[in-house]
Design a protein around this ligand. Structure first.
Ligand code: URA
Length: 232
């Protein structure tokens, strides 16, 4: 895990060849939907594992069959709340809960409109009660403009004050981190890698394309929905 000197509380996992290998597979345009989703689950699992190094633990005494020795108890790992930003955070969350298995899970549906406004539409928020001892992890693989995350953080901060607010992503653009940190300097950010920049359409470069479409397939054009009702 590397601390990025440009910001406070921003970390990447560029020092892990294993995680960089998974990321390279995700970037590859030849990687199909199933491998892409599996890659996101894997990243979630190992980023979750690396993240546990930053958590507080309790000490305990443990009795082996031979003698008593010092041990470690879950501590903060018992109090994790993962907010899954639909749709592409689903496989990342699936990976995270393999390591952070006691996590409660909230769901937020937020979608970003087109450039240049990038208006955010939030249609669905279902979040368990936020407690002062919680480490609240917002899973969102692509930190691009940061606007979806800013809306999500603002919504969450109105619901309670957790111990830590953490964003867990795959890639981030420096522009997105700047925007989030300007408004919410207390929020920590962990990503596999910080990429170069955003393009005019709000995609991260070099990036991996539209992560939602690559994980789940391109969505149906909304204008086709009445046609589906007719089929019922
Ligand atoms: N969302 C994506 O899926 N990809 C990007 O590059 C930026 C936002």
């Amino acid at each position: 895990m590397i601390k990025d000197e440009r910001w406070e509380g921003v970390y990447s996992f560029e020092d892990s060849p294993y995680l960089m290998e998974i990321l390279s597979n995700l970037r590859d345009k030849e990687t199909g939907t199933i491998k892409f989703r599996k890659g996101l689950v894997k990243l979630g699992r190992y980023m979750g594992y690396e993240f546990t190094r930053t958590m507080d633990y309790d000490k305990l005494r443990v009795e082996t069959p031979l003698e008593t020795t010092e041990g470690v108890a879950a501590g903060d790992r018992k109090h994790v709340l993962i907010i899954t930003v639909l749709r592409v955070a689903i496989p990342l969350m699936e990976g995270l809960i393999k390591t952070l298995e006691c996590s409660r899970v909230g769901i937020v549906s937020a979608s970003r409109g087109h450039a240049p406004e990038f208006n955010i539409e939030m249609k669905y928020i279902k979040v368990p009660q936020i407690k002062p001892e919680d480490t609240l992890i917002i899973a969102d693989p692509m930190i691009a403009t940061g606007s979806t995350l800013i809306r999500t953080i603002e919504g969450i901060k109105q619901c309670g004050k957790p111990k830590r607010v953490v964003i867990m992503g795959v890639l981030a653009a420096p522009e997105g981190i700047d925007s989030i940190k300007e408004l919410h300097p207390d929020v920590e950010i962990f990503v596999a890698k910080i990429d170069r920049e955003l393009n005019k359409k709000g995609y991260i470069l070099p990036g991996l394309g539209d992560a939602g479409d690559r994980a789940f397939g391109e969505p149906l054009n909304i204008s086709m929905l009445p046609l589906m009702h007719n089929l019922e």
